[in-house]
Design a protein around this ligand. Structure first.
Ligand SMILES: O=C[C@H](O)[C@@H](O)[C@@H](O)[C@H](O)C(=O)O
Length: 464
């Protein structure tokens, strides 16, 4: 029997071990999509305790604690930090076979060097041991510890990017680049969100935004602003792809109605989203950016918790829209005009893996290796089974060798071992094929392939 989480964790063959230890392990990290708070990086935050760094903001853990019957007071509520941690510790053994069990113990091992299993019985000892180390694990120290060369945060177009600028003028070894995430500029189906965004956009651009055209001009100004601050990516959280025909006068009317707090009809919302997103994608192409689409989440399902905690409260799940035809028409509209930028499509519904992987193949155009990427297993699929499925689907229907690899998508500075998790899974799959005689035992080539997927492909693709 193997021990839990040993050196060879997830590496089942000698070839897998060779690929991991000789090629993957030492590669630096390019975390090209995450939700880390830029102010905490710029201010080099030191965390108060393990709850502060590990539980606050982590909706994955909140969800598991709720499922374990823990009351909200001890999750996001008013209980003190140690009590919250104790409830998380008591929940951890119940997370066996959920990725949280692996992630949590990998995170205790690195950076804290803690190998005890977390449970109610070990809660106090682990709390103290980890808290003792926290003064040496500020945000910048953690990024250096995990050899993170670049992080791309996810930012509202109205953001001042002051923290990105501060880090650029006081470099510490990790570059922090902004990502343009304009979802709210299309939210005519929720006028309160849309209007708050447009009002703020008007202030930061010092413009009056009275028409659809004004909105586009202000957004373009912010796109340029992000570019000047080093931004090279946009990101779009969409339920499903939209592709509906529209006229200029329809867009003007939808804009004005939303400004008058009238909720757009589902069809109008489709039209508006199609028009705004196509326009932003053209700017992405003009500027040589890469664009990311996160598709398939049905969000904020629990309105009670949404009201109490806001978005990203752990009440999102997998949606089941029709995906392929609008996605095809959307990319085709851009490709036809030679305006399709480098594109990554992330899928949340495992039933759609093949749909996404084959769609990516339709729009490769010979300009950039792997120009259209079927993105890494996202959110509910960011676990061993989900990552293996994504890697296998991409292998079967595209070019795994050109894959830009893993990202954390996390809000926590402790999530970087997820890159190690991915690398072990990748090396294990390739190693198994070699030992089964399904791939040649060409270690220099396979080692290069592994290093490309872990690092070099992303470096070239994003031009980092
Ligand atoms: O891994 C899951 C995430 O952090 C999730 O909260 C984000 O992916 C977010 O919903 C987004 O839309 O970008």
């Amino acid at each position: 029997m193997k021990g839990f989480l040993t050196e060879d964790f997830l590496l089942q063959t000698e070839t897998a071990k060779r690929l991991y230890f000789d090629y993957a392990q030492s590669m630096p990290v390019l975390d090209y999509h995450n939700h880390l708070p830029p102010d905490e990086v710029a201010q080099n935050k030191v965390f108060k305790n393990l709850t502060d760094i590990w539980l606050r903001g982590d909706h994955y853990k909140w969800r598991a604690m709720r499922a374990n019957g823990i009351a909200e007071t001890y999750i996001t509520g008013s209980a003190d930090d140690f009590t919250k941690f104790r409830h998380w510790a008591a929940t951890t053994p119940y997370t066996m076979r959920n990725p949280l069990y692996h992630w949590s113990h990998m995170e205790l091992k690195n950076p804290f060097g803690i190998t005890d299993l977390l449970s109610e019985a070990t809660a106090e000892k682990i709390w103290e041991a980890a808290n003792d180390k926290l003064p040496q694990l500020s945000t910048q120290q953690l990024l250096q510890h995990f050899k993170v060369e670049v992080i791309c945060t996810t930012d509202d177009p109205t953001d001042s990017l002051e923290h990105h600028k501060a880090v650029a003028t006081q470099p510490f070894g990790t570059r922090m680049l902004p990502t343009f995430r304009p979802d709210k500029a299309m939210a005519v189906d929720t006028p309160a969100v849309f209007n708050a965004f447009v009002d703020k956009l008007a202030i930061v651009t010092n413009r009056e935004i009275r028409s659809y055209q004004d909105l586009l001009e202000a957004l373009k100004e912010r796109h340029t602003y992000f570019h000047e601050a080093g931004g090279r990516l946009s990101d779009h959280g969409i339920t499903t792809f939209s592709f509906a025909a529209y006229t200029q006068s329809e867009l003007d009317k939808i804009f004005l109605n939303a400004r008058n707090h009238e909720t757009a009809t589902p069809y109008e919302s489709e039209q508006f989203k199609t028009a705004v997103l196509l326009q932003i994608c053209e700017w992405n192409h003009e500027r040589g950016w890469a664009q990311q689409f996160h598709a398939g989440a049905i969000r904020n399902n629990n309105s009670r918790l949404l009201q109490m905690l806001g978005a990203d409260a752990g009440v999102d799940s997998i949606g089941d829209w029709n995906m392929a035809s609008a996605m095809s028409a959307f990319f085709d509209a851009l490709d036809k005009k030679s305006k399709l930028a480098k594109t990554i499509i992330y899928n949340l519904n495992p039933a759609w893996n093949e749909v996404f992987a084959t769609m990516a193949g339709n729009f490769q155009d010979g300009t950039v290796p792997g120009k259209i990427q079927f993105g890494s297993g996202w959110w509910f699929l960011d676990q061993k089974d989900g990552m293996e499925k994504q890697i296998n689907t991409l292998s079967n229907m595209g070019l795994l060798s050109r894959f830009v690899g893993m990202l954390t998508d996390s809000r926590s500075f402790l999530s970087f071992p997820r890159h190690e998790y991915f690398r072990r899974i990748l090396c294990n799959l390739i190693g198994r094929d070699v030992e089964n005689g399904e791939l040649p035992n060409d270690i220099p080539w396979l080692g290069k392939m592994v290093q490309d997927i872990c690092y070099y492909n992303a470096k070239a693709y994003f031009d980092f």
